[in-house]
Structure formats: C-alpha cells, structure tokens
Design a protein around this ligand. Structure first.
Ligand SMILES: [Fe+2]
Ligand SMILES: [Fe+2]
Length: 330
C-alpha cells in the first residue's frame, strides 16, 4: 500500500538534515573503535597469554549467561535482515540519486556490523560454546528474516528503531555488568563499548521521530500507538536451534535474559515511558480525534503494563541449548 504524499514529503524534508545527523550521531570510520582493539592481537608475541586470559576469565560465567550472550551475538549477526528492511522503507531511495536516508542506513549498518563481529570472535576464543551450532542458528535467523510489524512505513520503523536501540543498549550494558562482577574485564569492556554505540543510535532515531512529530503529529502519534498495540517484537523473534522449527528458541532465550535481569518486561515499560517523556506525548494538542485517543492510550500504557507485569512470573526451568553444554564446557 502506497503511503500518502504527506509522509513522503516529510521524509524528503527531514532528509535534508541527514548529513548533520551522520556527523552528530555516527563516528567517522577512521576514528571509531574496531573489534580488534578489544580482542587479543593474534599478531603479537604473547597472543597465547591473552587467549588464556579469556578462557580463564570465562570460567566463572553461568549457563544462562552464555545463552544470552550467544543469542545477543546472533541477533547482531543477522544485520543483513535489518539493513535490507530499512532500505525498503517508503521514502528511501538507494538507486540513482543516492539520498540522505540510504547514506544514513549504510553508515549505521557499518557501525552495527562491528558488534556481531566482536562478540563472535570473543565467543570463538572463549572455547565455552559450540560455535558450529551457533553458526547454524545465525544462518537460520538470516534465512528466516523477521516481521516487525512496521511494513514499509518510515514512521513505524523509526518508532521500532528508537525502541530497539535502547533495548540493546540496556541488554549489552547489563551483560557487561555481569561479566565485570565475575572479574571478566575484557568482555565487560566489549559490552560497554557496544552499548555506547547503541545509545548513540537510539538518540538519533528518537530525534528523527521528534522531527516527524513537528511535521505530522497526528500520523506520527497513530504510528506510535499502532506499534505499541502490536508490541515491539525483538529482532531475533524467529531464532531457532538446528533441527528445530522456526522461532522455537526465542522464548527460552527471553526467559534466560529475564532470569539474569539483562532485559525484562520492566525494561520494556521503562523504555516506553522514556519515549513518551522525550517526545512529550502529553503536550500534544490540535490532534485529530483518532490521534488524541492514541495519545491518551500511550500515556496510560506504562501503568497498565506494570499492573499486568506484576502478575506474570518468569519460568525458572533452564532449557538445554545446543549452543552451550550443560556444564558450560564442551
Ligand atoms: Fe548492535
Ligand atoms: Fe543497534
């Protein structure tokens, strides 16, 4: 379904500022960190000692921890899905005249690509996980794709990315904290620097939405409501283990993340509250009738979700994943 002209006009208008967004929220390739900065240098004389350090430090980390780190890494490695999805948004033109939006998406992808790369190499060197099983999961996830409920609508997509970048900031930061608590400095640092990237991206996407709110408040509000009614699904919604059906690993992964406190329902609610606050949802007047109702729905949603969340218990039984052996050592 084609979008109304006003959406395309708004995308064109905001596009004029994209160069300044790239300068403000992304870091030039020559200046930004690379995975190798955080990993053992295999060209150095004492690389064996550094690898030994990784393997020694990783001994303290428990089963759920490895499961979550693996799934986080696989989520990052499915980046081709996310780039192709965003490139397909209405208002983005990657052929012929290369527009500002496709420039943003390419630069963002370039930054994101370092995340999976870093964590993949760490997991490989740790010797604690079955990399072949994990690699199959990654290939499955890319093959299975995702459906985040945005269609080709940029408004819905920017709600999704505003939300999701903060969710990944929180989860990488928490994994880093758990690693630090167990004395694993190298991994803690990796997670923290990755979390820093996610925060910059979040700030950018929430600004895109902010500007769209200035141009097209009622439609932006309706898009926000629609995404929250559908619920923001995780990009790894279809994750599976080898030999299993599509999406069968997601719930067990999500339960492990909740048990560790890496990403919980309360974080989801908190992100929603933060977005409501930043976009000053409560301040909007002169909306269409439907958009007024959407605003009221969004304002009431955090409290409503908190009441429901308090009644739901997180399952405590650990699922045995093919990615990680029961005692963590394969
Ligand atoms: Fe990332
Ligand atoms: Fe991200």
């Amino acid at each position: 379904m084609a979008l109304s002209n006003i959406r395309l006009e708004v995308m064109k208008t905001v596009e004029k500022q994209v160069d300044s967004f790239v300068d403000k929220y992304l870091i030039p390739i020559e200046d930004i960190w690379q995975p190798t900065d955080l990993l053992p240098n295999l060209q150095s004389e004492n690389y064996i000692d550094e690898i030994k350090q990784i393997r020694e430090e990783s001994k303290e980390l428990g089963y759920d921890f490895w499961v979550v780190l693996v799934a986080d890494m696989v989520t990052e490695e499915a980046l081709p899905t996310y780039e192709s999805w965003l490139m397909d948004m209405e208002g983005v033109q990657q052929h012929g005249r290369q527009d500002g939006w496709s420039k943003w998406i390419r630069h963002w992808t370039g930054e994101e690509n370092r995340h999976g790369d870093t964590l993949n190499k760490y997991l490989y060197l740790s010797g604690r996980v079955d990399m072949r099983e994990i690699e199959k999961t990654t290939q499955y996830l890319i093959s299975d794709g995702f459906d985040i409920g945005t269609g080709r609508d940029p408004y819905r997509n920017f709600i999704y990315t505003s939300f999701q970048e903060l969710a990944t900031n929180i989860s990488h930061k928490r994994v880093g904290q758990l690693a630090k608590n167990k004395g694993n400095k190298m991994l803690a640092k990796m997670c923290n620097v990755i979390a820093g990237d996610e925060m910059r991206h979040h700030l950018a996407y929430r600004e895109f939405v902010n500007i769209i709110f200035e141009h097209d408040p009622s439609e932006m509000m309706l898009a926000f409501q629609d995404m929250m009614k559908k619920k923001i699904v995780m990009p790894a919604q279809f994750i599976r283990e080898s030999g299993e059906g599509i999406a069968t690993a997601f719930e067990n992964f999500s339960n492990a993340a909740q048990r560790l406190g890496v990403y919980t329902t309360y974080d989801y609610i908190d992100i929603l509250s933060k977005l409501n606050e930043y976009w000053q949802i409560d301040k909007f007047t002169s909306l269409t009738d439907d958009a007024e109702k959407a605003r009221d729905y969004l304002m009431a949603l955090p409290d409503r979700m908190t009441r429901i969340a308090s009644r739901i218990a997180v399952p405590q039984d650990q699922h045995q994943f093919k990615w990680v052996a029961a005692n963590g050592v394969l």
